[in-house]
Every structure is written in C-alpha cells, then in structure tokens.
Design a protein around this ligand. Structure first.
Ligand SMILES: [Zn+2]
Length: 74
C-alpha cells in the first residue's frame, strides 16, 4: 500500500493540473515539485509521491488505472 500523509501546501497557490475520474485524485504542481492528492474524509487532502514530474506522473497513472469507479457504467 502507498503511504499517504496529511497535505500541507508548500507554496501559496498550488496549481491543480489534472483531476481524476470522480475527483478521486488531483495532480498538483507546487512550483518545481509535483504531488498527488486525494480528499481526506474530514476535509482537506492527503498527499503522496511528492517530487519530480516524471516520478509523480508515474504514480498518478498507477493510481488512476486502479480507480474502482463507484459510478455505474452507462
Ligand atoms: Zn470514477
């Protein structure tokens, strides 16, 4: 299992680059760093895979591909 930590923004205005299906994950740019976020149960976010673009993107792709969609397929 991947480790998730409580997310504290390290720049004044992090930029959300991608939002996954159902809003399950967000791919965020913080200046020169990238991080994957997911909503926490009680509001706020948790983060994982903080670091360089390519590495964070690889984790993002893995998480998105594993997403179990709760929406019914139409
Ligand atoms: Zn979904």
């Amino acid at each position: 299992m991947r480790d998730w930590e409580w997310y504290v923004p390290r720049v004044p205005r992090p930029r959300v680059r991608k939002t996954s299906c159902c809003g399950a994950y967000e791919f965020v740019c913080e200046g020169g760093e990238y991080v994957v976020l997911r909503p926490a149960k009680d509001g706020g976010h948790e983060e994982t895979a903080r670091g360089l673009y390519a590495r964070t993107l690889a984790v993002w792709n893995e998480l998105v591909s594993q997403h179990q969609c709760s929406r019914r397929a139409s």
